[in-house]
Design a protein around this ligand. Structure first.
Ligand code: BES
Ligand code: MN
Ligand code: MN
Length: 457
């Protein structure tokens, strides 16, 4: 164990430099203007994997961005870990809210600031450096495969085909993903649940052209006003979603399970202070941790129409739009929820507007086991490296491929993330702690050790 720490100490600067170089590549999958950069990130990872000594690495083309696949097979009779991560990042907009440019990473107050620092380049790169360390003693204690995709932030549309077509090659004993958060650096945790996602865009069409809001206002229904009323009606005063059937498949937790969840430390005051909000809000009868962990939600992600430029333009708009996301919990099904939403939204639309609902990507919720050899190995790795037993938590975010891996490969996942909620992923000034990066590398090495030992017996 000490040799792991001393190796990290001695190579800390290079480990950071290599990550910073990856962070300089603006691999934004959502915006085609960054296409060459996304491809460059894949090549960078291919080279990084080659450098640490995998026996095989290739860039596998898909209909979209490629998948970087690599293998270090020590001995086919040993257990195999399949590492998944994503090298694409969210758009960095709005750029003006960043204190330093999103693709010119800086280290300040022991944090690495850049788009993708935590989500997910910093976290996936830990696995490559962990392999480097394991190669020092000769070989890792188990076989390791890497599958790094470039389309996670846009719905992993081509990953499913890849996984289905390569199921045999991807054979493993467990999937390891570092793309989630821990509670805090004093309270390590392992994510055991992720929410699913249904994402829709709605369009309301009123009069056949934009109208003068004085000449017509008051006599013709305004699609933006109508959209606001419709959206407002989707969540009631108790914070319950009003779409019929929405809760039908929601698994209610037992009193014991909820009591267990409540053991995780949570400081409401600090939470509000960090977000600069005077109060919290959500479904009645549930705590904040429950509201994000085990309850479904509905949120407007964007709403637009009419005039939003400088100054005032008096206009009664012809059209109104909104993007709406619903986070789902077991056993809700994202396709069913999208259908229920569409049906309901159409049914509440007044005659004054025509309506169009367009589904975007979605994903199923997932829970991962806590009684598996892999989970126990992960737990032990945390105990060794952090001196504390990690708490199981349910995260509110979504990684749709977790459910897919289980379905197609029959494999369970360990969500071995080291980020913090305060890392501001998807926001301006995203960061990742230098401590978390280096400690994560150490913890990953220990995971492989414990997993190989326990699995080998
Ligand atoms: N890494 C996140 C998901 C995440 C964040 C899980 C924090 C748990 C804690 C992932 O990259 C992500 O952003 N997922 C998207 C869904 C995807 C389909 C675009 C999300 O959750 O919005
Ligand atoms: Mn991610
Ligand atoms: Mn993300």
């Amino acid at each position: 164990m000490d040799h792991i720490k001393s190796y990290i100490d001695q190579n800390q600067q290079r480990f950071l430099d290599e990550l910073l170089q990856l962070l300089r590549i603006p691999s934004v999958s959502a915006d085609s203007k960054f296409k060459e950069d996304v491809l460059r990130a894949a090549v960078y990872l291919q080279d990084a994997l080659k450098d640490v000594g995998v026996d095989h690495v290739e860039i596998c083309p898909t209909a979209g961005y490629p998948i970087v696949y690599a293998e270090k097979i020590v001995d086919p009779s040993l257990p195999t870990v399949l590492v998944y991560g994503h090298y694409d990042v969210q758009p960095a907009d709005p750029y003006e809210l960043w204190d330093s440019p999103p693709f010119e990473p800086v280290i300040k107050d022991d944090k690495i600031y850049a788009r993708g620092a935590c989500d997910d380049k910093g976290q996936l790169y830990m696995h490559i450096k962990a392999l480097e360390i394991m190669m020092q003693g000769g070989q890792p204690p188990c076989n390791i495969k890497f599958m790094l995709e470039g389309e996670e932030e846009v719905g992993s549309g081509n990953l499913e085909i890849f996984v289905r077509e390569n199921a045999e090659r991807l054979a493993a004993d467990v999937i390891l993903i570092s793309d989630t958060a821990i509670l805090s650096n004093d309270t390590p945790s392992i994510t055991v649940g992720l929410r699913g996602l249904s994402y829709v865009e709605v369009e309301l069409i009123g009069p056949n052209r934009d109208l003068h809001s004085g000449v017509y206002g008051g006599a013709v229904a305004n699609p933006i006003n109508t959209l606001c009323q419709m959206i407002a009606s989707l969540v009631d005063e108790q914070g319950k979603i009003t779409i019929p059937g929405f809760y039908d498949r929601v698994q209610e937790l037992t009193t014991e399970q909820r009591a267990d969840m409540a053991k995780a430390p949570f400081d409401l005051e600090a939470y509000q202070e960090e977000l600069d909000i005077a109060t919290i809000q959500g479904e009645e009868g549930y705590s904040t941790i429950e509201r994000t962990g085990i309850r479904p939600t509905l949120d407007v992600n964007g709403i637009w129409g009419g005039y939003t430029g400088e100054g005032a333009k008096t206009v009664l708009p012809s059209k109104a739009y909104a993007k709406i996301s619903m986070r789902l919990v077991p056993d809700q099904d994202h396709e069913e929820i999208t259908a229920l939403f569409t049906q309901h939204f159409e049914s509440i639309a007044p005659n004054s507007v025509k309506i169009k609902v367009t589904p975007h990507h979605g994903g199923q919720p997932a829970v991962t086991p806590t009684d598996s050899i892999a989970f126990k190995a992960a737990s032990r790795a945390f105990e060794d490296a952090w001196g504390k037993k990690p708490i199981p938590t349910r995260d509110g975010g979504s990684i749709p491929i977790v459910a897919l891996f289980e379905e197609v490969l029959g494999l369970q996942t360990v969500l071995f993330g080291f980020g913090l909620d305060s890392d501001a992923i998807h926001s301006p000034n995203e960061s990742y702690g230098v401590f978390n990066y280096l400690k994560g590398i150490e913890t990953i090495v220990l995971f492989h050790k414990h997993f190989a030992a326990a699995k080998g017996n």
